[in-house]
Ligand binder design. Structure first.
Ligand SMILES: *[C@@H]1O[C@H](CO)[C@@H](O)[C@H](O)[C@H]1NC(C)=O
Ligand SMILES: *[C@@H]1O[C@H](CO)[C@@H](O)[C@H](O)[C@H]1NC(C)=O
Length: 538
C-alpha cells in the first residue's frame, strides 16, 4: 500500500487525492512557498525532478531543492520538514562542538533525504569535517547530488549529477567550497562497514532499528544523535506500539515529554551496552514533533555497566501524578512520598519504564553548543539552548550557578559566551588530545559516580495541574522564587512552559503553592483565573 508524506507538516496520508488537497491547503494558507500545481496526473511514484516545481528552501544559507511530493513507504525520502529546523540546528551545534575536539571529524548523515543536514555541516564547518550522506533511495541520492551542486559543494566518491543545474552559472566557475561523500546505501549497512566520529540518525519514525549498528563501530568519545518522530508511541498515544518498539510501559502523564526523552535514552543505552559501551547524555529534547537525544559514546564494560544501572522503573501515582524512580533492589510498597496508597481505596501506583534515570543534560557541552550557535549566527536556537543550560543546572536565570564547571564570572545564563571563548570552560578539552577530549566525558571517565546532588532532579510538576481550587496562584516566576527561598532547587523546563523542575516532592511543592495562593474573589471562576499565569519560558 502506497502512502504519502506531506513535505510541510510530515503527516502521513493514504490516498493520493487526499494528499493533493492537503498540499493545496498548505499552499492556500501560505505555509509553503512551493509553486505546487497539483493536477491529478502528477506522477507521485517516480517523480522526475525536471518536470516538477521545485521548492528551494534557504536555511542557514544552504539551498535545498525539494520535490513538492513523493512516494514514500520508505524510511527516508526527500521528506523535508520545516518544523525540524530546530532539530537540525541543535544537531549542527553538537557537531560543531565535537569538531573542536578532533580534526577531521568523520560524520555520517545516515538518512540523507534532501541532504540538508550534511550539506549544512559541510558548508559551515568546511575542512574540519568529512561528511558522508547516505540514503537508500536513488531519487534521494540524485537529489542530494543536485543539492550539492546548488551549494557549490563537490561530491566525492560518486559521479556528478547527469545534468548541470541551470542556475549554477557564476558559482560553477569558483572552486567548490567543500567536499562531501554521497553514498547510496542502507544506514545499517554503512554503519556496520565503517567507523565514524559522529552519527546522526533521523529515520522516518522510530530509530530503534538502527541503534545497534550505530554503536557497533562508532569511535570512542564520539557522538550519536537520534531524532525520533514517532510521537504517537513516544507520547503514550499508542501504548502497544511503545511496548513493541521501546520495551517500555508508559501511560499519559503530566510529564509525558520527559518520559518520552527518558524512554528513547533508555533504548540508546541498552543498544550501547550490548556493544560494551556506555553513554553520557549531552542533551535530550522533546518538542511537539520530535524527540532529539544526543549522547557521548564511552567505550568499555565499566562504562556500559554504569549506564545500564541507570535504567530504572518509575513508580507513578495515577491519582496525584507523584513519581519516583525505583532504586535497585528496593521494595516497591512505600516508595512514593504521597499518601494515596493509604488514603484511597484500591491501588493507585503503576510501574512505568524501564527508563533512563540519569541526567538528561550536560551543562559544559550545552555551553559550548551555545557558543557554536553564536559563532554560526543561529539566533533562533539560542533561547532554547539557554533554557536547557538553566534546566541542566536546575537554576533560575538569576540564581548563582551550581556546580564545579568553571563558571567564575557567571551571573546569568545569557553571558556564557565570554566565559567560553576565554577557554575557561573548555577545560581539558583542547589540550588533552584527540582520544581523551571533552570536559564532560573526561569527568565521567575519572569519577564514575558524579556528585548526584548537583545533577538536575528528574521530572517537573505543572503548576496548572496542581493549582489549588478556588485560589489564585502566584505568577510562575514568583513561584519559582518562593520555592528557591524554601530551599529547593528550581528551574523552568523546555519540556513544558508551565512546568517546574524541582527536587521538592509534590507535597512540598503544593504546600509552597498553597502558601502563596490567594483566594479568588467570590464568583470569579477559578479555572478562568488559573490560566492567567501561563507564561512562556525564556
Ligand atoms: C493493544 O493490545 C491489546 C492486547 O495486548 C489489544 O487488546 C488492543 O486491541 C491493542 N490495541 C490496539 C490499539 O491495537
Ligand atoms: C533539594 O536541594 C536542596 C539544595 O541542594 C537541598 O538543601 C534539599 O535538601 C533538597 N531537598 C530534597 C527534598 O531533596
Amino acid at each position: 500500500m502506497a502512502h504519502y508524506h506531506c513535505v510541510v507538516c510530515s503527516v502521513t496520508i493514504a490516498r493520493k487525492t487526499d494528499m493533493v488537497s492537503h498540499l493545496k491547503r498548505h499552499v492556500n494558507k501560505g505555509e509553503t512557498e512551493a509553486s505546487y500545481s497539483g493536477s491529478s496526473d502528477v506522477q507521485f511514484e517516480e517523480p522526475t525532478p525536471s518536470g516538477q516545481a521545485y521548492e528551494i528552501l534557504k536555511e542557514l544559507g544552504t539551498n535545498v531543492q525539494l520535490l513538492p511530493n513523493h512516494t514514500t513507504p520508505q524510511k527516508s525520502d526527500t521528506y523535508f520538514n520545516r518544523k525540524m529546523k530546530t532539530n537540525r540546528q541543535l544537531v549542527f551545534c553538537s557537531i560543531a562542538v565535537l569538531a573542536e575536539e578532533r580534526n577531521p571529524l568523520e560524520c555520517l548523515d545516515a538518512f540523507g533525504a534532501t541532504g540538508i543536514m550534511g550539506l549544512q555541516w559541510a558548508k559551515h564547518l568546511r575542512n574540519s569535517v568529512r561528511v558522508t550522506i547516505t540514503d537508500i533511495s536513488d531519487i534521494c541520492v540524485k537529489m542530494i547530488k543536485e543539492n550539492c551542486e546548488l551549494n557549490n559543494i563537490r561530491v566525492d566518491g560518486g559521479s556528478r549529477g547527469p545534468r548541470a543545474p541551470e542556475k549554477a552559472g557564476s558559482e560553477a566557475e569558483t572552486a567548490p567550497i567543500a567536499t562531501l561523500e554521497v553514498a547510496k546505501m542502507d544506514a545499517n549497512v554503512i554503519m556496520h562497514l565503517r567507523s565514524f566520529d559522529y552519527i546522526h540518525l533521523d529515520p522516518f519514525g522510530t530509530a530503534v532499528n538502527y541503534l545497534d549498528a550505530a554503536f557497533r563501530n562508532v569511535r570512542n568519545l564520539g557522538i550519536i544523535s537520534v531524532t525520533s518522530t514517532d510521537t504517537s508511541s513516544l507520547y503514550a498515544k499508542s501504548p502497544n506500539v511503545t511496548l513493541r518498539h521501546y520495551g517500555c510501559h508508559i501511560v499519559r502523564t503530566e510529564y509525558y515529554k520527559e518520559l518520552a526523552a527518558r524512554m528513547v535514552v533508555a533504548s540508546v543505552a541498552r543498544a550501547a551496552a550490548r556493544c560494551n559501551k556506555g553513554i553520557e547524555v549531552l542533551l535530550a529534547v522533546a518538542l511537539e514533533h520530535f524527540v532529539l537525544v544526543v549522547v557521548r559514546v564511552l567505550r568499555g564494560p565499566t562504562q556500559a555497566d554504569e549506564s545500564a544501572k541507570k535504567l530504572r522503573k518509575l513508580v507513578h501515582c495515577q491519582w496525584c501524578e507523584e513519581r519516583v524512580f525505583l532504586k535497585l533492589g528496593n521494595m516497591v510498597d512505600d516508595t512514593l512520598p504521597c499518601n494515596c496508597h493509604g488514603s484511597l481505596p484500591g491501588k493507585t501506583a503503576v510501574q512505568l519504564g524501564p527508563l533512563w534515570s540519569g541526567p538528561l543534560f550536560n551543562t559544559g557541552f550545552l555551553r559550548r553548543m551555545l557558543s557554536a550557535a553564536v559563532q554560526h549566527s543561529m539566533d533562533d536556537i539560542q533561547p532554547l539552548v539557554k533554557t536547557l543550560i538553566c534546566e541542566s543546572e536546575c537554576t533560575t536565570l538569576k540564581s548563582l550557578v551550581h556546580g564545579s564547571s568553571a563558571l567564575t564570572n557567571q551571573v546569568e545564563c545569557g553571558v556564557v559566551i565570554k566565559t567560553l571563548q576565554s577557554g575557561e570552560d573548555g577545560g581539558p578539552a583542547d589540550q588533552s588530545g584527540k582520544r581523551k577530549s571533552g570536559e564532560e566525558s573526561g569527568n565521567v571517565v575519572k569519577k564514575l559516580k558524579p556528585d548526584v546532588s548537583l545533577e538536575h532532579p528528574p521530572f517537573y510538576y505543572s503548576i496548572h495541574r496542581h493549582s489549588i481550587r478556588g485560589m489564585n496562584m502566584p505568577k510562575l516566576n514568583k513561584f519559582l522564587h518562593y520555592l528557591t527561598e524554601a530551599g529547593f532547587r528550581v528551574s523552568r523546563t523546555h519540556f513544558d512552559p508551565t512546568g517546574v523542575r524541582t527536587n521538592a516532592t509534590l507535597q512540598q511543592f503544593k504546600s509552597v503553592l498553597t502558601k502563596y495562593s490567594v483566594p479568588t474573589c467570590t464568583n470569579a471562576g477559578a479555572s478562568a483565573q488559573m490560566s492567567v499565569s501561563a507564561e512562556k519560558p525564556v
